[in-house]
Design a protein around this ligand. Structure first.
Ligand code: GLN
Length: 194
């Protein structure tokens, strides 16, 4: 069997669906680390910003003094993946909100982009570079309205961008941690050391 190099993946654990990400990281043979304070960030190889409520999480980032250091770590090249609310946190622009949290990725996102009726749904979709369609769970999800030049679109559902990458940053509107498909977690872990 191929030996894997064990990586330490931090998951921001201030609020939201962080435990599910940690469980999948462990399933894949890596170490999952809950991040609540600045010290927790030392010696991680990648970081996941989970789904939850972006306004609350954004405020907590400031209260816990995590905002500046996360900006710095990203500029140094730390791979960061934002799922759903995590994607909102990483966007340089939010279509319907003036408060920007970690202006790192050159995208404009629209919060709750599917309206109230379509608040939650599941669909199988194509993710660039993954052979089979993967299950995508959307929960009051944002979508990407605009991507900058350096941003690669990785997934679209009904004409709306739901996954993208810019260098060390990955975002998905949907929640791979709420399915048993491990592909997107594998994709993210492969972004480390490249
Ligand atoms: N609607 C939430 C927000 O705007 C995101 C929902 C989620 O992360 N599942 O922050």
């Amino acid at each position: 069997m191929e030996r894997i190099k064990v990586k330490s993946i931090g998951v921001l654990a201030l609020q939201g669906a962080f435990r599910e990400h940690i469980d999948i990281i462990k399933l894949l043979g890596h170490k999952g680390r809950e991040i609540r304070k600045v010290e927790d960030l030392s010696s991680i190889d990648g970081l996941i910003l989970p789904g939850g409520e972006s306004t609350a999480m954004g405020k907590l980032l400031i209260d816990f003094n995590l905002k500046e250091i996360l900006m710095e770590k990203s500029r140094e090249g730390l791979p960061i993946w934002g799922t759903c609310a995590g994607m909102i946190l990483l966007a340089k622009e939010i279509a319907d909100d003036k408060v920007i949290h970690l202006p790192l990725m050159d995208i404009t996102v629209r919060r709750n982009g599917y309206g109230r009726q379509l608040g939650s749904f599941k669909i199988d979709g194509i993710f660039k570079g993954i052979e089979n369609k993967i299950p995508m769970v959307f929960i009051r999800a944002p979508y990407i309205e605009r991507v900058g030049k350096g941003v690669e679109v990785l997934g679209e559902i009904e004409g709306k961008i739901v996954a993208a990458r810019e260098g060390n940053l990955l975002v998905t509107s949907f929640h791979p941690e709420l399915t048993d498909d491990l592909n997107i977690h594998r994709y993210f872990i492969n972004m480390i050391d490249r």
